[in-house]
Design a protein around this ligand. Structure first.
Ligand SMILES: CC(C)(COP(=O)(O)OP(=O)(O)OC[C@H]1O[C@@H](n2cnc3c(N)ncnc32)[C@H](O)[C@@H]1OP(=O)(O)O)[C@@H](O)C(=O)NCCC(=O)NCCS
Length: 168
């Protein structure tokens, strides 16, 4: 399948989107565009070619994390002040498309953007706050590591992303 990734705009059909989690459905339908207009967060949507129906989406914004919360396995030789991160606020796939690889493609898309942006502005890692146990397991599978202060908040350093791409 050929997925098209685009920044959200009013031309997309979000009415039928259902990932099984009301909070994530509501975010896309009620808040994503409002937040994007204010530049609070930017949403990217995945559509199948020639379709405007949203099959999956993620949104990102900037955040910082306290040095004290960075896991010991990652905090060696870091400056002891807050680190900038890209936050994946939401990432979800419509139920009809779950289990077919789109979640992984969305994640790879956002990680690629993080690497690209990190060449122009300091970003130590990508962070996600997993709202559900299944989401947490999904991110753990891709190497995200829990922060010290919250087991459901996980990070993946940009250096790790770049190194894993070089191995492929
Ligand atoms: C979690 C979610 C994004 C995964 O998307 P998906 O399209 O179903 O996942 P994919 O088909 O791309 O799976 C990619 C890989 O991750 C694995 N995977 C998928 N969901 C997983 C989970 N919950 N836990 C662990 N691994 C998972 C798959 O087995 C697959 O592994 P493989 O490549 O070794 O076969 C999707 O199920 C979803 O939107 N869930 C509801 C919303 C949600 O909880 N979002 C996260 C909140 S931030």
């Amino acid at each position: 399948m050929r997925w098209i990734f685009s920044p959200l705009d009013k031309s997309f059909d979000k009415s039928a989107f259902d990932c099984g989690k009301p909070q994530l459905n509501d975010y896309l339908k009620k808040y994503a565009w409002q937040n994007q207009k204010k530049r609070y967060s930017i949403t990217f949507v995945a559509t199948f070619e020639n379709s405007k129906e949203i099959a999956g989406y993620y949104c990102t914004s900037a955040l910082s994390i306290e040095f004290a919360n960075i896991p010991d396995s990652l905090n060696q030789k870091l400056p002891k002040y807050p680190a900038s991160v890209m936050l994946i606020g939401q990432l979800a796939v419509d139920k009809k498309m779950q289990g077919k690889g789109l979640g992984k493609v969305l994640l790879m898309h956002v990680l690629s953007r993080a690497v690209r942006i990190s060449s122009e502005m300091g970003i130590f890692a990508v962070r996600v706050d997993a709202m559900y146990e299944e989401a947490r397991n999904f991110y753990l599978k891709y190497g995200f590591i829990p922060l010290k202060d919250a087991e459901c908040s996980l990070i993946l350093p940009i250096k790790t992303i770049i190194a894993s791409r070089e191995r492929i």
